[in-house]
Design a protein around this ligand. Structure first.
Ligand code: FAD
Length: 495
């Protein structure tokens, strides 16, 4: 009896402590402290973007040392690894978005957040021009501001291969609004297919989703869509659910080229079980309102009718990045992206511009992992640069005031601070969801890699991303979304 009483007390105490900690963190997250105002005597850092690289930089910089201005058309950070789940309603879009204002509100000094799109960086004048291109905006038009340092992290634009029909008729999967557009179109196709009296060929067209791009984004979207069909549409739309078809098109000889051969074969096998058709070595040639044309390996064309077309075939550079490269023709010659040195300094503008994330041409894969590591490194580097400035001032002041015994100490500290280590990428592995509560993972182990896949990997996949979500609010919301889907299923309405 004494043992059970002790266990019961232990449970009560743990529950009370957990609730107390939760309450404390929730209170802290919703009650930001007072901040210092911006100081005209400090240097100004302009940050372009609010994605993985920029947000990680903002989390690590000590804003006591700088005035920081963030310019981004998105007023939030988006946790992209869970974006495919938003397309079918496994997760609500807002659950994986974190307002940038909330991120910077906990630093020592106020940070200006401007919801606007940078349109031009003038490298000679050291200015950025931006414009509020949202639906509702004031009368300002374009605005130009100067910077001492620029953090350039605008990411990339979705690839279209120069095919006009892609943008006109297709959906991308990059931003929150893309995922919401896919969800709406998908349900529109389903509802239209349910209207009786139309030819069967039209019903099949409406229920055919073509995904171009066999990388993790295309694979995860196809997997989520299949889950939606099996777990939800089959219950609420039994008359059409078994006619929903998903085709994944990839130009390379295999899907998921960044994963080990074993996991690629495992995924292809799982997809064949889930009735997702995988067409490798097929090249996208054209898209019109109702058909996607692909070139088969033998050179002939295949015209596939579709209801929903999703383009997830990689990224290209944004207009503003191409414009920036054109201003530095001697140093920026890589068509893959911006060339930086091992301190993430833009070649040709090493003193003032740092470029991070997907918009750069580094040896590392364009992933959230590398972008966030670069951002963290740069935030700390800015702190170190501020310390160097402080120590230089301290040396000069000590010399001026004749405190000669202090000078060697400051100089020693300065020498230590000036040893700025270059950025080093540390690979934590690759993960992808492949549907049916299964995931795959290539993880670094000793000096090699271990490849795993299945339901246990899915549990680990969820656990990793849950722990990596930006805030307590995001974790609570995503946890609640997952629970909601388990209990009530996904919502099948459209906006
Ligand atoms: P982004 O995060 O794209 O941020 C760019 C920012 O710049 C955005 O805030 C944008 O609004 C802003 N911007 C755009 N134009 C302008 C402008 N003109 N002026 C100012 N700001 C501008 N990576 C992984 O490691 N693991 C995964 O599981 C994974 N899954 C993914 C799933 C999906 C669906 C997608 C789309 C990507 C996924 N990635 C994943 C890749 C990862 O999201 C990117 O590598 C990462 O976002 C790159 O970070 P970034 O900061 O360079 O760019």
């Amino acid at each position: 009896r004494g043992f059970f009483t002790r266990v019961k007390r232990g449970i009560y105490a743990t529950t009370a402590l957990s609730l107390g900690a939760f309450g404390y963190y929730a209170y802290e997250a919703n009650n930001p402290p007072d901040q210092l105002p911006q100081d005209p005597k400090l240097k100004t850092i302009v940050v372009l973007g609010s994605g993985w690289a920029a947000t990680s930089m903002l989390q690590n910089i000590d804003t006591r040392n700088y005035n920081v201005i963030v310019i981004s058309p998105a007023d939030y950070f988006l946790f992209t690894p869970l974006l495919p789940s938003v397309t079918v309603g496994t997760i609500n879009g807002r659950s994986i978005a974190q307002p940038t204002r909330q991120t910077v509100r906990f630093g020592a000094r106020e940070v200006q957040c401007l919801e606007a799109e940078a349109t031009h960086v003038d490298v000679k004048a050291k200015t950025v021009t931006f414009e509020d291109k949202s639906e509702i905006h004031g009368s300002l038009g374009t605005v130009t501001i100067p910077f001492d340092y620029l953090v350039y992290s605008v990411g990339t634009a979705p690839q279209t291969f120069g095919i006009d029909g892609v943008r006109k008729h297709g959906c991308f999967l990059k931003e929150l609004r893309d995922a919401e557009k896919i969800r709406n179109r998908l349900m529109d196709c389903v509802e239209s297919a349910c209207i009786t009296g139309q030819p069967q060929s039209e019903v099949d067209r409406l229920l055919h989703t073509v995904v171009v791009g066999g990388g993790p984004t295309g694979v995860e979207f196809a997997a989520e869509l299949r889950d939606f069909v099996v777990e939800d549409l089959s219950k609420w739309y039994p008359e059409i659910a078994n006619r929903v078809k998903v085709t994944l098109v990839e130009g390379l000889p295999s899907i998921l080229p960044m994963f080990s051969k074993k996991l690629v074969e495992y995924t292809e096998h799982e997809f064949s079980q889930q009735e997702i058709s995988v067409l490798t070595k097929h090249m996208l040639k054209d898209v019109d309102e109702t058909h996607v044309t692909v070139q088969k390996p033998d050179g002939t064309m295949d015209k596939m009718p579709y209801g929903l077309f999703v383009m997830a075939a990689g990224n290209g550079q944004r207009e503003i990045t191409r414009d920036l490269m054109a201003q530095l023709p001697e140093s920026q010659k890589n068509r893959r992206g911006l060339e930086v040195d091992d301190h993430m300094r833009l070649k040709g503008m090493e003193e003032t511009i740092f470029a991070l994330g997907d918009c750069t041409a580094t040896p590392y894969a364009a992933t959230a992992q590398s972008a966030s590591q670069q951002g963290k490194w740069l935030g700390k580097r800015f702190n170190q640069m501020a310390r160097i400035d402080d120590l230089n001032e301290a040396v000069a002041l000590a010399q001026k005031e004749g405190r000669w015994d202090e000078v060697p100490t400051y100089q020693k500290m300065l020498k230590k601070a000036e040893k700025l280590k270059p950025f080093h990428y540390s690979h934590a592995g690759a993960l992808a969801y492949i549907g049916g509560d299964k995931a795959i993972a290539d993880l670094p182990f000793m000096n090699g890699e271990v490849s795993i896949g299945g339901v246990a990997t899915f549990v680990a996949w969820r656990g990793v991303y849950f722990s990596k979500l930006f805030s307590l609010r995001n974790r609570v919301q995503v946890g609640a979304d997952w629970l909601h889907v388990k209990v009530f299923g996904r919502c099948v309405t459209r906006e």
